[in-house]
Design a protein around this ligand. Structure first.
Ligand code: WNU
Length: 152
């Protein structure tokens, strides 16, 4: 079996490659690795459901996910984005203190996500002003996009 040490190093260097986290200090990144959980999803499985409460932030370590959202005038949610390895999602409910604003659905079997809970997310983002400003702006933009799209 792979050692905890090897696993730690693997996720550490993966997180370093995630653009959002590239400037975080080493000890902060190491702490995130310590607090991570890994969740596995099969094709078609919902990782996030629009309208539900959510307390977690996700980083894709393997596979692809589809972002869909209910839209006025359509009976089914429309696909608005596809995300892949190194992309992240779920920040909006945490930052806006709102329910989930879109569905996230695994597009492949064995899609793997690193999961950070709200407390660790706040520690990761909260103490790092640039990161916080970046995400806040991004989330604001998402709300504007939603309105344009006439998200329900
Ligand atoms: C979009 N509108 C909404 C994406 C991922 C990360 C960033 C965009 Cl920084 P949540 C549902 C999640 C939401 C976002 C993600 O879906 N999402 C979007 C949109 O146009 N959400 N409302 N595009 S991909 C994406 C920016 O992460 O967070 O907790 O759950 O509401």
């Amino acid at each position: 079996m792979r050692s905890t040490q090897a696993r730690h190093e693997e996720y550490f260097s993966f997180l370093r490659s995630v653009s959002l986290l590239k400037d975080l200090p080493e000890e902060k990144l190491a702490k995130i690795v310590d607090c991570l959980e890994i969740d596995y999803f099969d094709k078609g499985e919902y990782i996030i459901r629009e309208g539900e409460e959510g307390n977690t932030f996700f980083i894709i370590a393997k596979g692809e996910v589809s972002v869909t959202q209910s839209t006025e005038g359509y009976s089914e949610p429309l696909e608005i984005k596809i995300l892949g390895v190194g992309d992240y999602f779920g920040e909006k409910a945490l930052i806006s203190e709102d329910v989930r604003s879109a569905n996230i659905i695994a597009k492949e079997n064995d899609t793997q996500c690193l999961v950070v809970d709200r407390d660790n997310f706040n520690q990761m983002v909260g103490t790092y002003e640039e990161l916080q400003a970046y995400l806040r702006e991004y989330v604001e933009q998402l709300s504007i996009n939603d309105e344009r799209r006439i998200a329900a």
